[in-house]
Design a protein around this ligand. Structure first.
Ligand SMILES: NC(=O)c1ccc[n+]([C@@H]2O[C@H](COP(=O)([O-])OP(=O)(O)OC[C@H]3O[C@@H](n4cnc5c(N)ncnc54)[C@H](OP(=O)(O)O)[C@@H]3O)[C@@H](O)[C@H]2O)c1
Length: 263
């Protein structure tokens, strides 16, 4: 039987690149993203590369309170069993906190944080009953250090990292075969994220640790196969993070502060 991977935000950026690895390795794909048109265009593109891969799509606003329940119902009604859940859909905001748009920040907290909590919780129960499955939560390297002008975004990603790592330890404690992989990508130039967050001029996308959606997808696939608990994605990000523990905090913080300024 074909294995099944559900990828939120599977129709572009990191989600689409990651989908390619799962398609190549014989998984059927379930995509949940916001825009129906984009889902259909991406589906067509991926089916040209992998004609045998079934791709099922659901256009849904995952920032809504009942979205995770709707996704769970969609999966159950179709009798799909998730081998892998990738909570990837996310967005950013940029600016000093008091200047950011209140509604956009609330949407981001709902999408990046509460939806990931709800999706993880609902599908974890199913996976635990079967004692198999992997949840991959896409956090960010911004979870590692305070990030001014991305205060709320970095905090949502810090929650995801802490939540996912703690949960993975909990599962080990219960001798469960279910696993949670936390992925911490560095800044990516080639996805819609930068423009959507109005960060076109921000230095970090040309900065020290930039990576690509392809590299994040490859690292995620490898981390999943090696049953890792946490990966920092992008070789430059990994290289720099190796010095984190021997670098005084004020130096790290001043580097971050410089990276989040506009050029
Ligand atoms: N880009 C970076 O520098 C970077 C760095 C570290 C971590 N990350 C994280 O990586 C993940 C993927 O980002 P990306 O760079 O691939 O960004 P992206 O190209 O903007 O893709 C974001 C995906 O999320 C979906 N999405 C956004 N809002 C949604 C909503 N309300 N409901 C349902 N789906 C929604 C989008 O669907 P539609 O296109 O249909 O709207 C899209 O498929 C995010 O969690 C992001 O925080 C990104």
């Amino acid at each position: 039987m074909m294995k099944t991977a559900l990828i939120t935000g599977g129709s572009c950026g990191i989600g689409l690149e990651t989908s390619k690895h799962f398609a190549q390795n014989g998984y059927q794909l379930l995509w949940v993203s916001l825009l129906e048109d984009e889902l259909q265009t991406a589906k067509q593109q991926l089916n040209e590369l992998f004609p045998k891969t079934p791709i099922h799509t659901l256009a849904l606003d995952l920032s809504k309170e009942d979205a995770a329940q709707k996704v769970h119902k969609w999966v159950n009604q179709n009798n799909w069993k998730l081998d892998v859940l990738i909570n990837n859909a996310g967005m950013g905001t940029y600016g000093f906190l008091h200047e950011t748009n209140w509604d956009k920040e609330m949407t981001m907290i709902n999408l990046n944080l509460l939806n990931v909590y709800r999706m993880t919780r609902l599908f974890l129960e199913d996976m635990q009953k079967r004692n198999e499955g992997t949840i991959i939560n896409i956090s960010s390297i911004s979870a590692l250090q305070p990030v001014p002008k991305m205060t709320t975004y970095a905090s949502t990603k810090a929650f995801i990292a802490h939540f996912s790592k703690s949960l993975n330890e909990e599962l080990k404690m219960q001798n469960s075969k279910v696993r949670v992989l936390t992925v911490l990508p560095a800044a990516i130039r080639d996805t819609n994220f930068k423009a959507a967050a109005k960060m076109n001029k921000v230095k970090t996308f040309e900065g020290l640790a930039t990576t690509t959606a392809q590299e994040v997808a490859k690292d995620t696939w490898n981390g999943f196969n090696k049953k890792k608990g946490v990966i920092i994605s992008g070789w430059k990000g990994r290289f720099l993070s190796a010095f984190r523990h021997i670098t005084p905090d004020f130096i790290l913080q001043s580097l971050v502060n410089r990276e989040v300024k506009e050029a």
